[in-house]
Write a protein of this length. Sequence first.
Length: 250
Amino acid sequence: MPNAIDLNQRCAVVTGGAQGIGRAIVERFLASGARVAIWDRDLDLARRTAAELDADKVSAVEVDVTSLPAVESAARQTLSALGRIDILVNNAGISGPNTKLWEYPPEDWAQVLAINLTGPFNCCRAVVPAMIAQNYGRIVNVASIAGKEGNPNASAYSASKAGVIALTKSLGKELAGYDIAVNCVTPAVAKTAIFDQMTQEHIDYMLSKIPRARFVKVEEVAATVAFAASADCSFTTGAVFDISGGRATY
């Protein structure tokens, strides 16, 4: 049994929550007493996930996080359904191709940055005013060890996740006068559908860099996110919670 984290009566949004790390976060939030809105561009998958987990406590909302109007509409829909948004987890992301920067397709660069960095910006922009109005909120951005160290043949992904870290620190300072904490996590790679977007050579490279000599489990990431999303995380803001299995050098 996981350690108890109290999220009773809390209402959460998890982007990309239909599968992988996002689904594990949804499951941990449910176990902690929260209600959750899954924001995902794959509505059918999000609905299936909601039905499998708890249809009474999980709702599915179709959202393209790269579109600010779509995100703003999702925020209004969620606020209407749940009454409030206490927790926002910006988890949706893609890896992009594994290739040298000078051979990187510009359209892929733009897509990775749009989903991985502009997506969290859009979601924070849409949700933060409601958190300010209620003087409470917890924002957890899912970055990556790649954002700290920079993985070769993954320039767009590394740059986007470094941007998420900087966005976290900036917004954390802007909201420090409220009971709103903004933090991020930097996990090593986990065995999820994102592997389908990577070459085996790149997967092997990432594993070779982890001192624990294994991939992180999605449940381990979810456990750290759950703490950062709780009322107990009351003083720490603009911080980076490392989940890299010892790889991080800072």
